[in-house]
Design a protein around this ligand. Sequence first.
Ligand SMILES: [Zn+2]
Length: 340
Amino acid sequence: MANAPKMCFDRILPRDLARPARLVRGYRPGRDRAISLIGKQWVNGSTISISFLDGTQEQKEMVRSHAPEWTEYANLHFQFTENPVAQIRVTFDASDGAWSYVGTDNLDIPLHAATLNLGWQDEGVILHEFGHMIGLSHEHQNPGGGMQWNEARVIADLQGPPNYWTEAQIRHNVLDKYSADQLHGTEFDPESIMLYAFPADWTTNGFGTEENEELSEMDKEFVRAATMYPRTAGPADDDIVELRVSAATSASIGQAGEVDEFKFEVTSRGAHVIQTTGTTDVFMTLFGPNSKTVKLAENDDSGAGRNALIRADLTPGTYYVQVRHYSPIGMGDYSIAIQR
Ligand SMILES: [Zn+2]
């Protein structure tokens, strides 16, 4: 088919391939809109550095002018820099399609490699790929989407030009849905920037979509919601609970999908143990020093029972800790403490 749509290749890390997406039946329409993968979001208020590894002045300018639209709604900051080893490294390789790693997965990519490619450029594809970068997933893989794919047709079209994907790539990028326990958000949004255009003959119920070029109202609402990047009245740091070394702090995952954020100061270098206690199955990520975006460690169950425990030799500075429930529907109380 000559006019097969160009599709985005949602890059994921091998550890996620080990956990195949499952089709979820019997979903309940929920409150949330767009979808994001649990455990890949940036610390709220993060400044994310972005560089270009190639590209013309015109190509770079287009990214600089459109990508930051996300930060009008999400409490994140994009800092474009000449330093090539920025956290996000953009290329414009026309032979490699359009793709990005998702959220904090970007921090695990070798520093010489690109993290986001724009094989073609318009406002829609820039917003779409930067949507992945801040942690969003494909809306057509929303388990609440109810897509009834004509699989043979989708596979035949995407195996040809301009995508030339294998069947495994097509299943990963289009046909497989995420399971509800991998996601924030449930209700399908046909206007989401994270939905790609596809023809009606790709589905058995005649459902096709137009190309979305702008952030939908639901996209905006989703990224500024409490579970993603809410903007607080004061500076973002005011919202982060300060922990004292050698003291325990009580906390709670009060609603499904909530991510609690903490910070603490290290005044002299030494081995530190950060751990949770209680009966809630939490997952913990440590960032720093003096950075909300440099990920040092993450842990699920190294503590007592289902608690998280991170042991690290820390130099002086400010450190940030994210704690979430292991399950996106899980809630409960816990305590967090730092010993040295
Ligand atoms: Zn995509």
